[in-house]
Design a protein around this ligand. Structure first.
Ligand SMILES: [Zn+2]
Length: 203
């Protein structure tokens, strides 16, 4: 006799959930169980939101932030032109900086940081795009706002080396940020201090 198993749709759901970052087999089963049986799960609303996001969300051609058109609202805002470009690791780092209401320049999302052990080199990051952009936009200043951990430091140093020849003032945010923490976990006041206390980068 074959042992009983979950019905196929449940298996399919668990398999798809396991593809999500940070979701292991046990969590996938728990979420699938909740989706399949909880009264307030509304799985079709979730499916619709996923479809809507997948069909409409994209990355800004210039900076890499989320948008629904070719360019994001920050890059379309002409009052932000010609100022500072703040370089961040992820698109999710931008909103915490925006919430400080302190920074009025534009951003550039690298899409990660240098991590040789995970096979992330300069080619895997949006560094070429940054160099091309700098030539066209000629910003007043480039601010490096990367994490304060080992990989973030390595990325900051690498960028400092290749950006210095462009002759544009290069600074990095002051690090009063939580150790090992990215920008997204910092509160607005800490971020504002980190921005206002930024220091010139020396190679
Ligand atoms: Zn943009």
């Amino acid at each position: 006799m074959k042992p009983a198993d979950y019905p196929e749709p449940f298996h399919d759901l668990v398999r798809e959930l396991r593809r999500l970052p940070g979701v292991g087999p046990r969590s996938a089963e728990r979420i699938a169980l909740w989706l399949a049986s909880a009264k307030d799960a509304r799985p079709l609303d979730l499916a619709q939101a996923l479809r809507h996001a997948a069909e409409n969300l994209r990355s800004c051609q210039t900076c890499g932030f989320f948008c629904t058109e070719e360019f994001c609202e920050i890059c379309r805002d002409e009052t932000r032109a010609g100022g500072e470009i703040c370089v961040v690791e992820q698109a999710t780092d931008i909103l915490p900086l925006e919430r400080t209401a302190f920074f009025h320049g534009r951003y550039h999302v690298l899409g990660g940081r240098l991590a040789p052990l995970d096979h992330v080199g300069p080619e895997q990051l949006r560094i070429g795009e940054l160099l091309a952009r700098i030539k066209i936009e000629q910003p007043r200043e480039i601010i490096l706002a990367l994490s304060a951990d080992v990989e973030g430091e390595a990325t900051t140093n690498y960028l400092a080396e290749i950006l210095t020849p462009a002759g544009i003032p290069l600074t990095r945010i002051a690090h009063g940020l939580p150790a090992g923490g990215g920008l997204e976990h910092a509160d607005p006041l800490t971020l504002q201090r980190a921005l206002s206390g930024r220091n010139p980068v020396r190679v």
